[in-house]
Design a protein around this ligand. Structure first.
Ligand code: SAM
Length: 235
């Protein structure tokens, strides 16, 4: 049975309690498919005030998270999970996308470092982590929500986590396209009707409509995906 372990290093461990204790991630942990450990970075500081940040060399606004507590925390994680693939969440990192999620889902163990303040001492990126990843072209206040995004996107690709895995093949990005529009009952709500083809019972026609709509939606919302590589499961 394939399982995956995540170790999350953060100064706000409490942020993870609720998102990881609901729905699919909760069940995946109960089934032993996903193991998540959250570590308080302040436990790895050496000074009596448990400081994790300091002023930036060269001046500039705000505070920077220091390399020492992060390095010590990663070393502690690696004692429990020696194979941990270590990732720094950063808006300046490489984009995290569905192809990357598939790649990470093949790992047995992933450690995630959540930044705060103005960011993290560059030596963390240079010497401590395997890679740095961004969840999008915007700046959040911390790496905790990006870490949750990564854990959820990767975990649902681990066999057994999602009930019906055939739906993974149909999802947005898996074939290089966004997913086609979906509808459910009622057929008519306030005069907003469901396309006739979907209730025709003609499966060939339905499939053709779905493919056509997926292409239209991609052209409209994400033309950059067309001509790119499908981001589905690696061969
Ligand atoms: N000064 C940094 C910059 O301009 O690149 C931004 C620091 S941000 C306020 C604090 C922390 O939030 C970062 O160290 C990172 O861990 C996290 N973060 C913010 N936006 C992110 C994003 N788009 N993807 C991943 N992590 C992000």
């Amino acid at each position: 049975m394939k399982t995956i372990r995540f170790d999350i290093i953060t100064i706000f461990p409490g942020m993870f309690a609720s998102p990881f204790n609901e729905s699919i991630l909760k069940r995946a942990q109960e089934q032993g498919l996903v193991h998540i450990a959250v570590h308080d970075l302040r436990a790895y500081t050496l000074d009596k005030h448990n400081r994790v940040d300091d002023y930036p060399f060269g001046g500039g606004a705000g505070m920077v998270m220091g390399v020492e507590p992060i390095d010590r925390a990663v070393e502690a994680v690696k004692q429990q999970a020696p194979a941990a693939h270590t990732i720094l969440l950063s808006p300046a990192g490489k984009p995290f996308d569905q192809a990357k999620a598939w790649q990470l889902a093949q790992k047995e163990s992933i450690a995630l470092i959540c930044g705060r303040y103005e960011g993290v001492d560059e030596r963390v990126r240079e010497a401590v982590v395997d890679e740095d990843l961004s969840v999008g072209d915007y700046v959040l206040s911390g790496g905790e929500i990006p870490a949750m995004v990564l854990v959820e996107a990767v975990s649902r690709l681990v066999p057994g986590v999602i009930g019906d895995e055939t739906c993974l093949d149909e999802e947005s990005f898996s074939k290089g396209l966004l997913e086609y529009p979906q509808y459910t009952r009622p057929r008519d709500y306030k005069g907003w009707t469901v396309p006739d083809v979907l209730t025709s019972g003609d499966h060939k026609k339905i499939r053709a409509w779905q493919q056509d709509e997926a292409l239209k939606k991609t052209r409209k919302n994400r033309p950059d995906l067309l001509g790119g590589k499908p981001q589905g499961e690696p061969e």
